[in-house]
Unconditional design. Structure first.
Length: 148
């Protein structure tokens, strides 16, 4: 019969092993980072489209998010949200502010100033930011899991 201390140590060891396995599985292929970047870039680029096409693009973006969630669940068994507790929030929330600013700027130039080319340039910039942000988020997430 084991003591409560031994049981606690075994439970902690099991928790550490699960976290290490999750950390090992969490290394996304470049295509996963590109998928996220494409979704946010497409969103920033939508104001450049004519009104009916904009709604179609938004529907495709929502479908893409659903497919990315399914992809992650198939690969990891779970979907890990970007706003989870921990140091990854230091990537998530600044990215949210930056991407929102890019979207609003895109909207302004396409809808108000009638210069859709700027929206497309902002979408290209958003792809780069989204890709790098996704890689950084993953790096911090894996480092956090390995630290436990």
């Amino acid at each position: 019969m084991s003591t409560p201390k031994e049981e606690a140590l075994l439970a902690l060891a099991a928790k550490g092993e699960v976290e290490q396995n999750l950390a090992n599985l969490s290394f996304c292929p470049p295509s996963r980072h590109a998928a996220f970047a494409a979704v946010v870039a497409a969103l920033v680029g939508t104001p450049a489209f004519p009104q009916p096409l904009r709604f179609t693009a938004l529907a495709l973006i929502i479908a893409s998010v659903y497919l990315i969630v399914r992809w992650d669940k198939r690969r990891l068994g779970v979907f890990i949200r970007g706003d989870r507790r921990g140091k990854t929030r230091m990537v998530t929330f600044p990215m949210l502010v930056l991407l929102s600013g890019l979207y609003l700027t895109s909207y302004y130039f396409s809808i108000v100033r009638k210069e859709p080319g700027i929206s497309l340039a902002l979408a290209a910039l958003t792809f780069i930011i989204g890709y790098l942000g996704s890689v950084l988020w993953q790096h911090i997430f894996v480092r956090e899991l390995n630290a436990c």
